[in-house]
Each structure stands twice: as C-alpha cells, then as structure tokens.
Design a protein around this ligand. Structure first.
Ligand code: PHE
Length: 446
C-alpha cells in the first residue's frame, strides 16, 4: 500500500489506548499471576519491574521508532530500516504472531466461557473437574473459533473504526473493573496474607537465572514486544508523536494493570485458603483456583467472578486484535489483498493452527514456550541489534517529535549492549526449557 494513503489513528489517545489494549491482556492477569506464584511471589515481581525498565522500555521505543519512521508493516518496515538482510526477522515476527494467537485464542475462549457461565449459572463447586471438562475437546474448539471470529470482525473493519473504536470503549472499562475488584479484595479477611506473599521479597531468591528468564519473557509477553505488534501500531502514527512518552505511558499502564490484578488474585486466594493450589500452579491455575474461590463465596462470588472474567475477556480481545493485525497488515502490504479478505483468511488459518492447543494442554504449553519464551526474546534481541547497530541513525529517527531529549545516547547504549546480553542469556535458558517441553510431549504416556 502507498505509504501516504495508509490509514492513521484519529487521535493520540486512540493510539495510546490501542497500544495499552495490546499490552494489557491475559498476560497481565493470567500469566503474571501464575508466573509470580511459580517463582516465589515478590522476588519475581521485583525482577519483572527491573526487566520492564531495563530491557522492555528500550525495545518498546525501538519498535515504535521503526514502525513510525517506516510506516509499513513489519517485514517491509525492517527492510526499510535495516536493509534487506533483515527480512527474515520480519518473517519471524509474523510467525510469532501466528503461533501466539493460535493458543492465546484458546485461553481466551475458556475465559469467555467462564464469563458466560458466571452470568448464567455461577461457578462449579468442583472447579478442577469442570476445568478439565471444558479446557480441551470439542467445546474448547468451538469457543476458540468463536473468539477468533470476533477478533477477525474487528480487525477487518480497520484501524479507526475497528481497533481504535473498540479500544476507546473497552480499555476504560477494563481499568474500572480491575480497580473495583482490587478494592473489593481488600475487604476480605486474610487479604493481608495475600499481600504479604505478593509483596514481601526475599532477595536471595531474586538472584536466580531461572527467575530472571521468566521475568524477562513475561515482560516481553506482557508488553507485546518482540513480534512487531507495537511496531505495526506505530506504523499508523504521524510524526509529531513523542515516542518516549508513549512508551512510558504504555509500560506504566501495563505494569499498573498487572500489579493491580495481583492485588485481586492473591488476597482472594489467601482469604479462601487456596494458597497451596497457587504454589503448585500451572497454565490452568487461574481457571481452577479462582472459580473455586468464587464458588465458595455464594452470590457475591458470582457477581465478582463474572466481573473478573469480563475484565479478562476485554483484555484478551484487545490483545488478540493486535496479534492478528500484525499478520493482516503484512498480508495487505505483501500480497496486496483488501483488508477484510486478509483479516478473515488469516484468522481462519490461525484458528486451524490453534485447534491442537484446544485439544491438548501439553500442546498449548509447548506453543507458549515456543511463542513467548523463544520467539519473543529472539525477535527482541535481533531488533535491538538492528536498531542499535544498523545503518540508519536511530537517534535521529526517535528524535522526531521528541527534539531535545538528551538521553537518547543512553537508549542506544542499552540497545547495543545491555538488551542483547540479557536476552542472550534468557534465550539460552529458554531453548533448554522448550526442548524439555518438546521431548516431554512425545515421551509422556498417552
Ligand atoms: N501483551 C499481551 C498480553 O499481555 C499478549 C501479546 C503478546 C499481545 C504479544 C501481542 C503481542 O496478554
């Protein structure tokens, strides 16, 4: 598509909310809580904040810079910014989008289903059995396909009247829901124990490579970095935007929602004596322990649970939209298809790829490993090298709209040295994990 006829966000707020919508999603509420629980609580939170600031923010700014200056979809944007040698990185971005959305939509499908069940009948007493029954199989496939269809419908309409309009309505709603839930959670007996687990750090635990690895990949996943989502959204920006301010705004909102979601989840679990479950937590944790908590709270639990899952649905939808937009924008620019056709066909392909994840949780776990723990750090590592060392003057590009900012040399320094070093360590560890998950999938008895 001609760069000048490219669609634009209609307002600054529209872009910011859409980008926050991309960042805030299942990652903040589902993945953040179970990662925090798995990695010993507060220690993880501290490293996560450090990773967000030190590694996440520089990469965010790099994506926004490449997207806005090229005004193209990822593959072409990378070629524009770095030269044709970077084309494979663009392909990696699109692939990561496909992989992540394929299972993300399955989890989102569970979420929609829980929200609907909460409204229509409440939560099952035996939440583990219920989760086992709905998480895999034909019904999971149906909810997954339904969720993909809604996502495709929004993306097919376009930037202003689709993505931007939906974000303008849904993001404020999500903020209100999460804050309201946290206030409610504070009134529960036992909330204090939840806060303590969540917020008191044992610093000896912080210093482990494994926690570091999880904190880094969680930061990338949660900020939607390393696969061109922010890049693509920034490609619809005009040049007067102050990119550092935008990056900060997105990162702070994203952390804010994750943090407040923790203030909901941990008090709830501790108030109802479910903390053991959470420590043994896995992918399904949120979908087993929280409904158990809601079920034991009677009518109040039904209302609170419905609102909680509604917030999750909202977050999941705006994130899935951004994942699909990466693929759709690439198809529009690369193959010259019209937007609706690109949106529906891409969504169909991704939906099919997601079916195995709707049939096996181990497969879903493997996809999450590959997508979130390998593709994102790898994508971000290569992107930081390209922007840090590449042929274009990144500082000149990022300065447009942000003239006079003095610390851009620091940003470039982080991209050149610190970000690649941290991500290289993360990648080595993640590749090992993924290999184990892969081997486990094929060696485990059926
Ligand atoms: N950031 C989203 C979340 O937290 C997930 C996502 C990852 C979206 C990568 C886009 C790209 O749920």
């Amino acid at each position: 598509m001609n760069r000048d006829s490219r669609e634009r966000w209609s307002s600054q707020l529209g872009f910011t909310l859409a980008a926050v919508g991309s960042a805030v999603g299942l990652g903040n509420m589902w993945r953040f809580s179970y990662m925090t629980a798995e990695n010993g609580g507060a220690a993880f939170v501290v490293l996560y904040v450090a990773m967000t600031l030190l590694v996440g923010l520089p990469v965010m700014l790099a994506e926004l810079t490449v997207g806005r200056s090229s005004r193209r979809s990822p593959i072409q944007a990378l070629v524009y910014f770095g030269g044709s040698a970077w084309k494979p990185l663009g392909v990696l971005f699109v692939t990561a989008g496909v992989v992540i959305l394929s299972y993300y939509s399955v989890i989102a499908g569970w979420t929609v289903r829980y929200a609907v069940e909460a409204v229509t009948g409440g939560f099952a007493e035996d939440s583990a059995a219920h989760f086992g029954a709905i998480a895999t199989g034909t019904r999971a496939v149906v909810w997954h396909l339904g969720f993909m269809a809604v996502t495709a419908a929004v993306v097919s309409v376009g930037i202003r009247s689709g993505i931007e309009r939906v974000s303008l309505i849904l993001m404020p709603l999500l903020g209100v829901l999460v804050i309201g839930l946290a206030i409610y959670a504070a009134t529960l007996d036992g909330a204090a124990a939840g806060y303590a687990y969540y917020l008191q750090t044992d610093f000896r635990e912080v210093l482990s490579f494994d926690v570091l690895k999880d904190a880094a990949s969680q930061a990338f996943f949660s900020l939607s970095l390393g696969m061109g989502a922010m890049l693509t959204y920034a490609s619809y920006l005009s040049r007067e935007h102050h990119l550092p301010d935008e990056s900060l705004m997105i990162a702070v909102s994203d952390f804010g929602v994750a943090f407040v979601a923790g203030l909901v989840v941990f008090p709830l679990l501790f108030a109802l004596g479910l903390e053991k479950d959470v420590v043994a937590s896995t992918v399904g944790a949120l979908f087993i322990t929280l409904p158990k908590a809601f079920a034991s709270m009677g009518a109040a639990g039904q209302v609170i649970g419905a609102l909680f899952f509604l917030a999750l649905v909202v977050g999941a939808l705006t994130s899935a939209i951004s994942l699909l937009e990466v693929v759709v924008a690439s198809v529009i620019d690369g193959l010259g298809w019209a937007r609706p056709r690109a949106a529906w066909i891409a969504a169909l392909g991704i939906a099919l790829l997601g079916i195995p994840s709707a049939l096996s949780q181990d497969f879903l776990g493997l996809m999450d490993q590959i997508g979130a723990n390998v593709c994102l750090p790898l994508g971000a590592l290569l992107l930081s090298l390209m922007v840090g060392w590449g042929r274009r003057d990144a500082v000149a590009e990022v300065s447009v709209g942000a003239e006079g900012v003095r610390w851009f040399f620091l940003w470039r320094g982080l991209l050149r040295f610190v970000v690649p070093a941290v991500l290289a360590v993360v990648l080595v560890l993640s590749v090992g994990d993924t290999w184990k998950a892969f081997a486990g999938l094929f060696s485990s008895p059926a």
